[in-house]
Design a protein around this ligand. Structure first.
Ligand SMILES: [Zn+2]
Length: 386
């Protein structure tokens, strides 16, 4: 119970750092670094290029390969436009639940790790235990990408990773990929009374979106009958659209933020090739016929690999032992797990809270789920001294 109270107090601190992906996470990382330093962890801080974001990678136990990574992202999604019952950055407890932005996704897991760190540190661990708290997961797993390449540079090979995204403490061994793009349309402004002399970026963006929607229908037909994902096909959607300046001005600019979640790499290639051909053969030539500098440019925000269920998985074996669960499932949401897997680190997802509450107003985690996570970490400590 003492540890649960400590986890709750740490969670209150973590929630109070408004680590929306667009903003810095350095204060949260400094706080977590302090807690990990206090228990004697070996610390490495990995900053992004801007210097405003960082990963914390902290290690307890022996040096070397074969360690276990407890991984969680420090960033949260925005709260704008959401109707919260209380300040999303002040932890509120009611009816056995803790409310606040990031409580389930996924500061609850980080709080459990930090609360258990003193216990882990007091033990003679037989293999390294790493804590990886990353930046910018919600905008393309950028921090985890840095982490994985830093581990390679350090020539450090942990063997298994537990990603504590909210799964209600069930074991998830597979998920779709997450590919995110922003496509910019650069047209030419002009007076609305003479549209043919300008290039209306919004009109081209709408045609682009229509093609994406047609492709999303085709993806449903492409799904293999055997796969376990829900829905079983690759999904594609446009999440944000922006463009123009005023009703009576031809829009010189538009942008489309879209994403897909492939069940197979081939689907991602299918969409990318198709939409690129449509741009190269139809849209861009039509725009440039009016204005040579007009263009359509797609920026890759992130292309995060899916997690493929593995026949032999050390991470699944470990977490099965910790949770007593023999079944592992697949989910539709993306995580950092695929990146670890691509780097040769066996990975599963298992963490407290429900994805149902993630990204929503009045996001919460139950105390019971935090306690269940602490129980898993307690059993992990027993496993690590054997
Ligand atoms: Zn998350």
């Amino acid at each position: 119970m003492a540890t649960l109270a400590r986890a709750r107090d740490i969670l209150a601190e973590l929630v109070a750092f408004p680590t929306i992906s667009a903003d810095s996470n350095l204060e949260l990382i400094a706080y977590a670094t302090e807690l990990m330093s206090e228990v004697g962890a070996r610390i490495s801080i990995m900053r992004d290029e801007s210097g405003t974001k960082a990963n914390l990678f902290a290690t307890l136990g022996p040096e070397g390969d074969g360690g276990i990574v407890l991984s969680g992202h420090s960033d949260v999604v925005p709260v704008v436009g959401q109707n919260w019952s209380s300040d999303p950055f002040v932890l509120r407890e009611a009816d056995g639940r803790l409310y606040g932005r990031g409580t389930c996704d996924m500061k609850g897991f980080i709080a459990c790790c930090l609360a258990k760190a003193p216990d882990f540190a007091a033990l003679e661990l037989k293999r390294p235990l790493h804590f990886a708290f990353t930046y910018d997961e919600e905008v393309g797993c950028l921090g985890a990408r840095t982490l994985v390449s830093e581990l390679e540079r350090m020539d450090l090979r942990p063997s298994a990773a537990i990603i504590g995204e909210p799964t209600l403490m069930r074991i998830i061994e597979g998920h779709k990929g997450c590919y995110e793009y922003t496509t910019e349309f650069r047209g030419r402004a002009g007076h609305a009374s003479d549209p043919d002399r300008g290039v209306n970026a919004i009109e081209y963006a709408v045609r682009y979106i229509s093609r994406l929607m047609a492709l999303s229908e085709e993806l449903k037909e492409r799904a293999a009958k055997s796969n376990r994902f829900s829905p079983p096909w690759t999904t594609l959607q446009v999440g944000r659209f922006d463009g123009g300046s005023a009703r009576n001005v031809i829009a010189s600019h538009a942008s489309v933020e879209w994403e897909m979640r492939p069940v197979a790499d081939a689907d991602a290639a299918f969409v990318k090739n198709n939409i690129q051909a449509y741009v190269d053969e139809v849209l861009r030539p039509a725009m440039q016929a009016v204005h040579a500098e007009a263009d359509i440019v797609t920026q890759v925000i992130g292309e995060v690999e899916g997690l493929e269920p593995a026949a032999q998985s050390e991470a699944r074996r470990i977490v099965s032992e910790l949770t007593g669960l023999s079944e592992a499932e697949v989910v539709a949401f993306g995580t950092e797990a695929g990146l670890f897997q691509t780097a040769g680190i066996s990975a599963v997802i298992c963490g407290p809270g429900s994805i149902e509450q993630a990204h929503k107003p009045d996001e919460f985690i139950s105390l019971e789920q935090l306690d269940a996570c602490l129980g898993m970490l307690e059993r992990l400590s027993a496993q690590l001294v054997r």
